[in-house]
Design a protein. Structure first.
Length: 161
């Protein structure tokens, strides 16, 4: 895959996940805050990728400009800010499961591009893989927290015996 094709594919993936988060945020519910935050982050990714695409088209090269996530990659630092005990609706959990599948697809794509590219593109896709894997962990934690599994961010919320 060429850099141009990889950037086009990445933009398409970011548009898909952003649209899902926008739909989920509009539905409201306990997950609205995280859906809104993830939607904004994906929008910033789309802008970043579009800038790299334009750079590629104009110069035939890209730079691995800094990409700073708005959501901390070590989300455990922010656990105290997240609401506990809220339960999600079936529709909200379905949206989260769809988001998880898209985040996994996106992370996998970025890891593959990191392996197959070189130079600045390799570095850029590595950073995207790291960020999207963080998103996957956040979405999984939301599923766990809202579906009453007894786990939240891979931490057991209760003790047996």
């Amino acid at each position: 895959m060429t850099i141009e094709q990889a950037l086009q594919t990445a933009m398409a993936l970011e548009k898909r996940i952003m649209a899902l988060y926008e739909k989920a945020a509009a539905a409201g519910g306990p997950g609205k805050r995280i859906f809104t935050a993830l939607m904004k982050e994906e929008a910033s990714h789309l802008k970043y990728l579009n800038d790299r695409y334009q750079e590629w088209r104009e110069t035939g090269a890209i730079t691995a400009a800094p990409l700073t996530p708005t959501i901390p990659l070590d989300i455990t630092q922010k656990l105290q800010d997240l609401p506990l005990g809220a339960k999600g609706t079936a529709d909200e959990i379905t949206l989260l499961e769809q988001a998880l599948a898209l985040e996994e697809e996106t992370s996998s794509f970025y890891r593959d591009m990191h392996q197959s590219m070189s130079g600045a593109a390799k570095d850029m896709f590595a950073r995207f893989a790291e960020i999207e894997d963080g998103h996957r962990r956040i979405v999984q934690a939301e599923i766990d927290g809202l579906s009453d599994t007894g786990f939240w961010f891979d931490i057991r919320e209760f003790r047996l015996g």
